[in-house]
Design a protein around this ligand. Sequence first.
Ligand code: AMP
Ligand code: MG
Length: 405
Amino acid sequence: MISVEEAIERIERAFAPLGAELVSLDRALGRVLAEPLEARLTQPPADVSAMDGYAVRAADVKTLPVRLKITQRIAAGQPPSGAIGDGEAARIFTGAQVPPGADTIVIQENCDEADDHLTVREGRRALGQHIRKAGLDFATGDIALHSGRRLTARDISLAAAMNRPWLTVRRRPRIALLSTGDELVNPGDPVGPAQIIGSNGIGLAAMVHAFGGEPVNLGIARDNLEDLDRAIETALGFDALVTSGGASVGEHDLVQTALTERGMQLDFWKIAMRPGKPLMFGALGALKVLGLPGNPVSSIVTALLFLKPAIERMLGLAGLEPAREVALLGKDMPANDTRQDYVRARLVTNAEGQKVATPFSPQDSAMLSLIARADCLIVRKPHAPAAKAGDTIDIIPLSGGCLSI
Ligand code: AMP
Ligand code: MG
């Protein structure tokens, strides 16, 4: 058995960033930039008004009230027709270009207009006020988004404003998912008395999606070498094969045997953790293979801990263990044994504004209802001493993060 940390390290070492591809901006949400993104234009392109009002010369409005002649009207999208001279002003609207000669915007609420003349009655009129200078947001050639950034909706707005309708992003890792077990049927199919729904395939596909990969569900292989071998063959050519179930030591656990017979080089098998001990990692030529345990909670927790960094590494991201936070423990916990525990828990904020994590019981790795309801996983190191309610503990938040998509 190896530690969780060592397993993550070995997995990260085995994967490398994938190549890049071009996508249109409307398909780019969540994709990872593979090159720095330079602005193709300057924004705003010229000095523009930030308010509806009048463009004036600061020197003309030093003392109020003052009467100025309106020589032009400028709306957004229209260039000014000429310069503003002494004693002159331009009617101007938000986003319109400030005409040459004007250096200040006075807002319309402080002015009266009649007979092509403007009276500025009152209000602030500092030099340059309400003018957005050319290039305030960004200038041609500026790098506003860096390589390795996972694009948010806000980034996509920025890229659009920078006139970059196509982006070079990392190819999405293609992950083949294979469920194994004689007892499994697909959701929606008739369920016999000794059968259960194979939920891992569909759940893992959703996780792969959330992590930034492209899942392809290969369905269910039965617990025999022929069926497993056929399924393994279909996975060749993918970036990784993720199996669930059949990874333990029972006589129906044939996944490792089937892979080894095909020539898989085993990297490790079994991690000192709970849930998720029987986890297997290896390579079948270029195909990386991650064998997850069959119990639904184990498959979810191990996918979060090991599949996420693998996908992130292929995407050229940092690929670290999920972000940890601290919280106060909601109830006493006994001393831990040799395995690192990931304890499903509820997270609430108490009256003092502190986060409090309370473990569910039971902690059965077959209970999907509890992992679905959990707000976080409490991380307990191997050999951690007994902990008391109120102690500070490490948690991995679940809601609001990658798993909530
Ligand atoms: P195994 O590792 O194959 O012994 O599976 C461990 C437990 O997980 C058994 O109770 C299986 O029935 C269950 N299991 C395996 N695969 C799945 C799956 N895809 N969906 C739900 N439960 C599963
Ligand atoms: Mg099985």
